[in-house]
Design a protein. Structure first.
Length: 106
């Protein structure tokens, strides 16, 4: 199960997402669909809070890496999820995926 809570900051006109549970299996597609919907409203998702996430499978890691490449910051706590975020971010962003550059999700 995955719970997705959006937090809108009207002053900055951006949004952050708080995830709780497991980012695995069908919940990866649920997050992908949710993010597409947010991008369709022209709101910027600037941060995903992963502190409540207990497990991320390979497909979930791929999606988080894509979101990070598109400029979304990943916030984590706990050894497992922090290591996962460090693994995603250690390579750096590509030139076209800078902060809020591309809005494309696979």
């Amino acid at each position: 199960m995955l719970k997705i809570t959006s937090q809108l900051d009207p002053a900055r006109e951006d949004m952050s997402l708080v995830l709780e549970g497991r980012l695995a299996g069908p919940w990866v597609e649920e997050l992908r669909t949710y993010c597409r919907r947010v991008l369709g409203t022209q709101q910027r998702c600037t941060m995903i809070d992963l502190t409540g996430v207990t497990f991320v499978d390979a497909e979930g890691k791929t999606l988080l890496a894509q979101l990070w490449q598109q400029g979304v910051e990943l916030q984590a706590s706990g050894c497992l999820i922090r290591c996962l975020v460090e693994d995603i971010t250690k390579a750096g962003r590509t030139a076209c995926g800078g902060p809020h550059g591309s809005k494309r999700l696979s």
